[in-house]
Write a protein that binds this ligand. Structure first.
Ligand SMILES: Nc1nc2c(ncn2[C@@H]2O[C@H](COP(=O)(O)OP(=O)(O)OP(=O)(O)O)[C@@H](O)[C@H]2O)c(=O)[nH]1
Length: 348
């Protein structure tokens, strides 16, 4: 495979790190010494829906490549979102030019694709500087597209870092755009919040900590962070005590000495259910497994303990509804995400 080589520009904007941290749980600090990606990589995610993530190396220009012609229909025909990663710590003028060229190309040939721009690596920047960069990227992109006659393109901008929750929140918003009939999921969660007096409810993909839906109250990063940390705690616990899918090797270890029993007989319940009280505000959090990929997590109000029986009944009904929703959705849908920033850079 040929690649375009231009020297003096930075292509290490963080695409592979993002994939590894969000989809493979790699600790952020371990991305420090990642090798530059030299070829297009395709990653399939076994999750609540089938997701494919394509990682296009910074040094390959797939639209204008003299030494290799890419089958663009094969790549973009089924892609739902293109994620464009901009390194906020570097000079991003060239990346913006190429983003605009790509956006125009997609708008002509694949108008169904939404473009999601991640202004990335913002961890070391002050809040003011973050807003300034976001505004600059937005204005320069939208102005140029508008000058070229491209108005109202499906393009969104997010501030992200792999060192905090921002990258997971941004991916949550991207994935939500790809979920068919998201409104129905939100309506189910909103009605659950109303009947159970929950403050906030999320439906999490437990492997990635992406939330694929929440109730209709305004977004609230603090609630998301608490619930997503709680998913981590519960996953760690259920890996030891619960019924999550395990490798054959791990299962053999758990069923061998000193336990010497089939796993099913050692596990108390088939699904994880837990309640925890946050000591600062007395608001319990509830987690309920929907299937092996999804969990419902809700922040309850003070005093909800007294009504646990009713709450559990309502949660049961919603979990059943969610299961049916995804059975129907899975039957016929596939979603793909393209992860790409096409900043050209030194040839490896
Ligand atoms: N400070 C900071 N560094 C990051 C972040 N994300 C990635 N990096 C660092 O950026 C460097 C390059 O990351 P890669 O993921 O290899 O970049 P890439 O875009 O895949 O690069 P190519 O494969 O060459 O296209 C690594 O040292 C990462 O640790 C972030 O959010 N903040």
């Amino acid at each position: 495979m040929g690649c375009m080589a231009h020297t003096g520009m930075n292509n290490r904007s963080g695409k592979s790190s993002i994939s590894s941290v969000v989809f493979h749980k790699l600790p952020a600090a371990e991305t420090l010494y990642m090798e530059s990606t030299a070829r297009i990589q395709k990653d399939s995610l076994n999750s609540f829906m089938e997701f494919q993530v394509w990682d296009f190396p910074g040094q390959i220009d797939i639209f204008n490549n003299p030494s290799y012609s890419f089958d663009l229909d094969a790549i973009f025909g089924e892609v739902g979102a293109l994620i464009w990663v901009i390194d906020a710590l570097d000079d991003y003028s060239d990346s913006l030019n190429r983003l605009n060229m790509t956006a125009m190309h997609l708008s002509r040939s694949y108008p169904h694709i939404t473009i999601e721009v991640l202004v990335h690596k913002i961890d070391s920047l002050t809040d003011d500087y973050r807003s300034e960069i976001l505004k600059d990227v937005e204005l320069r992109t939208l102005d140029e597209l508008s000058d070229m006659g491209y108005e109202n393109m499906p393009i969104s901008f997010h501030l992200t870092s792999i060192y905090d929750h921002s990258i997971f929140e941004a991916f949550s918003k991207v994935i939500q755009k790809l979920i068919p009939r998201l409104g129905q999921l939100e309506a189910m969660l909103t009605s659950l919040c109303r009947t159970c007096r929950f403050e906030k409810a999320y439906l999490f993909d437990v492997n990635t900590k992406i939330y694929i839906a929440s109730d209709s109250t305004p977004e609230d990063t603090t609630s998301y962070v608490i619930c997503s940390d709680y998913v981590d705690v519960i996953i760690d616990l259920t890996e030891v005590y619960g019924s999550w899918a395990r490798s054959a090797e791990w299962r053999n270890r758990l069923e061998g000495e000193p336990f010497s029993q089939p796993l099913e007989e050692q596990v108390g319940c088939e699904w994880a259910e837990s309640v925890m009280v946050l000591s600062d505000s007395q608001r319990p959090i509830m987690l309920r497994e929907v299937d092996r990929f999804l969990a419902l997590v809700a922040i309850m109000k003070e005093g909800s303990y007294d009504k646990m029986a009713q709450i559990n009944m309502n949660v049961d009904v919603v979990v059943k509804g969610l299961t049916e929703f995804f059975e129907i959705t899975r039957a016929g849908e596939k979603s793909r995400v393209g992860l790409q920033d096409m900043v050209v850079g030194p040839q490896n």
